[in-house]
Write a protein that binds this ligand. Structure first.
Ligand code: SAM
Length: 245
């Protein structure tokens, strides 16, 4: 997958993608991430990329022309079928389902806004969709772009050492993840649940599913409401609720 981020702060992107899972995917050539600034495409001497909003009010707005030139240059350099995405608080929420959809694309141009945002004429002509990473406002689209890149890249085939680990993550089955433990068995007055030490794989599977169901019921009832539970899941959730009193 080839990704280009349009940003006033390219170094923020190029530095952050060097580490961890995304960094390893870059080293192995499983993904490429470039960052380019609209400033490179500004034509005036001062390389202006923003201006005051029409209609008045505080802040600045990213101008159409330099940002559009950067978007077009990035899009032309990417494979056909690449998607142009604006990261904006007013977009559709980024979910694991959306991440899976994006992971099937050959490339993405990610536009990170700043200030009050981007001139709407650019968004309505050069952007395929707007994605938000949550119901809060950040100062720029760079962190949202990095969030999206991390979420997508870790699902690409061969990127994680153990493919099964991503399949077990929260949201993959419409549930939150179950609790995890590692050595030592006893830490201060806290022990590991007995079932995880017994080696009975079927009992472990059922315990984990029950915890995932219970945790989702406690913390994200909205997810549970959207999921159709089979008979085993219904009975495990009933057990969990009974144990909670
Ligand atoms: N005036 C905008 C609004 O109320 O939606 C906020 C602009 S914000 C200060 C600057 C930039 O940060 C936006 O152009 C967008 O690219 C990015 N941004 C802020 N919050 C975001 C979020 N929750 N998800 C994605 N991008 C966000």
């Amino acid at each position: 997958m080839q990704i280009t981020v349009i940003t006033l702060f390219p170094e923020l992107i190029s530095t952050a993608v060097q580490v961890g899972v995304v960094g390893r995917a870059l080293e192995r050539g499983q993904v490429s991430v470039n960052a380019i600034s609209p400033r490179e495409y500004a034509t005036d001497l001062r390389r202006t990329v923003d201006d005051r909003p029409f209609g008045g009010g505080p802040g600045m707005v990213l101008k159409v022309a330099p940002t559009r030139s950067a978007m077009r240059a990035a899009t032309e350099a990417l494979p056909a079928g690449s998607r142009r995405i604006y990261l904006g608080a007013d977009g559709a929420p980024l979910t694991q389902v959306k991440v899976a959809e994006l992971a099937s694309l050959p490339g993405m141009v990610l536009l990170a806004g700043r200030y009050e945002g981007v001139d709407e004429r650019l968004l309505s002509t050069e952007v395929d969709e707007t994605i938000s990473i949550g119901d809060y406002v950040l100062s720029g689209g760079e962190l949202p772009a990095l969030v999206l890149i991390d979420a997508v890249v870790r699902t690409l085939p061969g990127v994680l050492g153990d493919e099964a680990s991503a399949q077990q993550d929260s949201f993959m089955t419409g549930l939150l993840d179950w609790p995890h433990y590692t050595r030592p068995e006893q830490f201060e007055d806290m022990s590991v649940p007995e079932v995880l030490i017994g080696g009975n794989h079927e009992a472990i599977r059922r315990w984990r599913l029950k915890q995932a169901l219970g945790r989702t019921w406690l913390r994200r009832p909205d997810l549970l409401a959207a999921k159709v539970l089979n008979a085993e899941e219904q009975s495990l959730l009933a057990e969990f609720k009974a144990e909670q009193g």
